[in-house]
Design a binder for this molecule. Sequence first.
Ligand code: ADE
Length: 241
Amino acid sequence: MRFDILTLFPDFFISPLEQSIIGKAIAKGLIEVHAHNIRDYARGKHRTTDDYPYGGGHGMVMKVEPVTLALEAVKGGGGKVVLTTPQGVPFNHALAEALSKEDRLIIICGRYEGFDERIRGLADLEVSIGDYVLTGGEIPALVIMDAVGRLIPGVLGEPESAVSESYAGGLLEYPQYTRPEEFRGKKVPEVLLSGNHAEIEKWRRAESIKRTYLKRPDLISGEEFTGNDRKIIEELKKSGK
Ligand code: ADE
């Protein structure tokens, strides 16, 4: 998978993309990232990329021309164009999965003070990473690359890791423990030490359902469950939680 980032701050991406799992995936050639400086496509002696807003008001507005020229130069090989903006569709696991099926994503990083409305017309999709305003689209671009990149086959060590984790099945992940068995009086649940795989699976499923119901009730209504899963929800409801 190839990512092309159009940004005013290409150096922003150097260190984060050298680290950990995404860094290794890039080194292995599973992911390619190219950060392009929008300023290289700005005209004039000062290569300005922003200007005063028509109609007046605070701050500067990102110009449409340099972004358009950068996109035209980069887009030769096609690809889906994503614009990062707080007005975009909320980014979630389902969208990360859909984007991971693309061969190439071109991400335009917006600036917080605003961008010329005509820049929106360049994008196939506007994406927001949450209901807050960041200073620019660089962190959202990193978030998108990380969440999408780890779904590319071969990037995670074990393919099951991506299957059992939070959100993958519409539920939050069950609690995990590692050694020691007891730490400052807090013990690992007995069932995980039992070696009984069927019981462990049952416990994990129940914990996932409970956690999701209690922490993120917006993700489940309870109606979609049957059998033992449904019983767990009914019990939680009865207990007044
Ligand atoms: N740019 C500034 N804030 C943003 C957000 N929350 N999501 C995506 N892009 C942004």
